[in-house]
Design a protein. Structure first.
Length: 162
C-alpha cells in the first residue's frame, strides 16, 4: 500500500515537514533525509527566555516541550548529552560529523523566533569534508555541498520551533 508521504511531490514545506508524514514514518524519513523540523511558538519563547543559560550547561533537553508527536518519536530514541547556545552564523554549514556512520547521534536545534535557515537534503549520506569549528560541530565548505549536487531547502519559522 502506498503511504500518504510517498504521494507528495515534496514533503519539505517552508515551515514544517508535511503533516502527511505520519508518526510511523517519521524515523524513516529522518534517517533518509537527515532532517525533521516543525514550528513551535513555546519553544521560540523559551529560546528567547533561557538565552545564555544554555551556554553554561544549565539547560536540559527535558525543559523543552516536544509537542509534535513525530519529532518526539525521533528524539526519544536518543540520549541527550549536552546543550548549548549557538548564535546566527550566515553562510555557514555545520554538521555533527563528517563520517557516514554517526554512531546514532543527532543534533537537535531549538530555534528562536524569526528563524530562517537552509539545509542540504541528504547531506548526511556519504562522507563530507570539513574542519572542527569552535562550537564543537564540523564546518563544511559550501563548495563541497555544491560539488555533491545537494539541493538546498529553506526553512522559515516565524514563531520558532525545533
Amino acid at each position: 500500500m502506498t503511504s500518504p508521504a510517498s504521494l507528495l511531490s515534496s514533503p519539505f514545506e517552508e515551515t514544517c515537514i508535511s503533516p502527511a508524514v505520519t508518526v510511523g514514518e517519521a524515523q524513516g524519513f529522518f534517517e533518509k533525509h537527515g532532517i525533521f523540523y516543525a514550528p513551535d511558538a513555546e519553544i521560540g519563547s523559551l529560546v528567547a527566555k533561557l538565552g545564555s543559560e544554555a551556554v553554561h550547561g544549565k539547560i536540559r533537553m527535558e525543559r523543552f516541550p516536544i509537542r509534535d508527536t513525530r519529532l518526539r518519536a525521533i528524539i526519544e530514541q536518543f540520549t541527550p548529552s549536552f546543550c548549548f547556545t549557538l548564535g546566527p552564523d550566515p553562510c555557514s554549514f555545520y554538521a555533527s560529523t563528517i563520517t557516514e556512520n554517526p554512531n546514532h547521534r543527532a543534533v537537535v536545534y531549538m530555534w528562536g523566533r524569526r528563524t530562517q535557515c537552509e539545509f542540504s537534503e541528504r547531506s548526511h549520506v556519504g562522507e563530507l569534508k570539513g574542519t572542527l569549528a569552535s562550537n564543537g560541530l564540523v564546518q563544511v565548505p559550501y563548495s563541497w555541498l555544491k560539488k555533491r549536487n545537494l539541493q538546498d531547502k529553506s526553512i522559515k519559522l516565524e514563531d520558532g520551533g525545533m
